[in-house]
Design a protein around this ligand. Structure first.
Ligand SMILES: [Zn+2]
Length: 384
């Protein structure tokens, strides 16, 4: 099948499935409503358990280096359950730190001068959205950093955001003659916004299919540029199938096939995976791990709401919700559930949003949030 037809097909099916999974009516965005709707988004996903302990962050070859370790869940969670939470640092209180607040994980597909299909965003729309994020104090972290609770790049008073790009299409990344990002690609735009807003860290996560941005024999050089500059390479299957209808072997061949390619090109494994179309296989475990081939620390769904903090008791790192990048258009209820609407909502209600305390070892939050603290994080907790 010609590549462009295939891309168009993927985008159309993406649009249909995301349309089906987005809620059809405006409803409250409180946790109760979210929990009630999660069944519609992921029918084969068990509801996140409130008592599930967060798994420790695991180091992988592709994990970015860090000057300090992120908060780690304590191995003796039950013994510490009644320990009093120490007071927050004055600087954290001053910026109203809340590390149990929500984090937008934005989902992009094709980036092009003139959008052709649903889910496409123009280069101008991407630039405008990134500029808005920079001006509102957001600092990008990769999906791998997010699932590991690694926020040392986010200063006190700022908010993490995760930028994710699916399907490795050429408008997202390419190489110019000098070996840098090709002009007008998403990466070039991210780099440019970061030059204009020095606090805006130029990183993002790319979920790859076999086309690899159409880099051809420059694929290894292109992926090397991305990882060398802090961008994350994620897994999105070889051919972008609907995994919900496939056998275990076919699921593992699709995920393992692109994983083998990623390892051969970069020398490192992917840390996170995104379901094509947000469609979940019969058993979630098939997509999370295959002995000796892949072992993900986080798995991302398709859309419709910001993620819980990784320190929240309801955070499920194998079912991370994302928000589709789109204006407040009528289609798919984007007036309420796409990125412009959600960024407006978080801007109007800063008490909902994750705000960093600037201390990578502490998890700071207002006392009213205490019941949301994930098991095992009490030793790092600070409240006010
Ligand atoms: Zn996709």
């Amino acid at each position: 099948m010609p590549l462009l037809h295939k891309i168009a097909g993927i985008v159309v099916v993406c649009a249909v499935i995301i349309g089906l999974t987005l809620p059809g009516t405006r409803r409250g965005r409180d946790a109760g409503a979210s929990a009630a709707r999660s069944g519609a988004t992921s029918p084969s996903t068990p509801a996140p358990s409130a008592t599930r302990a967060p798994a420790p962050a695991m180091s992988t070859a592709s994990a970015p280096p860090s000057s300090s370790a992120p908060p780690q869940p304590s191995p003796s969670a039950s013994a510490e359950a009644s320990a009093p939470i120490p007071p927050a640092a004055p600087g954290a209180v001053a910026v109203k730190a809340d590390e149990l607040g929500e984090v937008p994980v934005l989902m992009y597909h094709r980036i092009m001068k003139k959008p052709e299909l649903s889910l496409d965003r123009s280069t101008k729309e991407l630039r405008d959205e990134l500029t808005r994020l920079a001006e509102e104090g957001y600092v990008p972290v990769t999906a791998a950093e997010f699932v590991a609770g690694r926020f040392d790049a986010v200063p006190a008073g700022r908010h993490p955001v995760v930028l994710t790009f699916d399907d490795s299409t050429p408008g997202q990344f390419g190489l110019d003659a000098q070996g840098g990002p090709a002009p007008d690609t998403a990466v070039a735009i991210i780099q440019d916004v970061a030059r204009r807003y020095p606090g805006f860290r130029p990183v993002a996560t790319f979920y790859l299919n076999e086309d690899l941005f159409l880099l051809g024999d420059r694929a290894a050089a292109g992926l090397a540029w991305l990882t060398r500059h802090g961008y994350e390479i994620g897994n999105h299957t070889v051919t972008h199938p609907d995994l919900s209808t496939m056998s275990r072997k076919r699921v593992q061949d699709e995920i393992g096939g692109i994983e083998d390619k990623i390892v051969s090109l970069t020398g490192a494994h992917a840390t996170t995976f995104a379901y094509p179309f947000g469609a979940i296989p019969h058993k979630r475990a098939w997509a999370q791990r295959q002995d000796g081939r892949y072992d993900f620390q986080g798995v991302l769904l398709a859309g419709w709401k910001p993620s819980e903090s990784p320190f929240d008791k309801d955070f499920d790192r194998f079912a991370i919700t994302r928000v589709r990048s789109e204006g407040k258009i009528k289609e798919n209820d984007c007036r309420t559930f796409c990125s412009t609407a959600w960024l407006d909502e978080l801007d109007a209600h800063p008490e909902r949003r994750y705000t960093s305390d600037g201390d990578p070892r502490a998890v700071t939050f207002p006392k009213s949030r205490e019941r949301r603290l994930g098991k095992g994080y009490r030793a790092q907790a600070r409240s006010y």
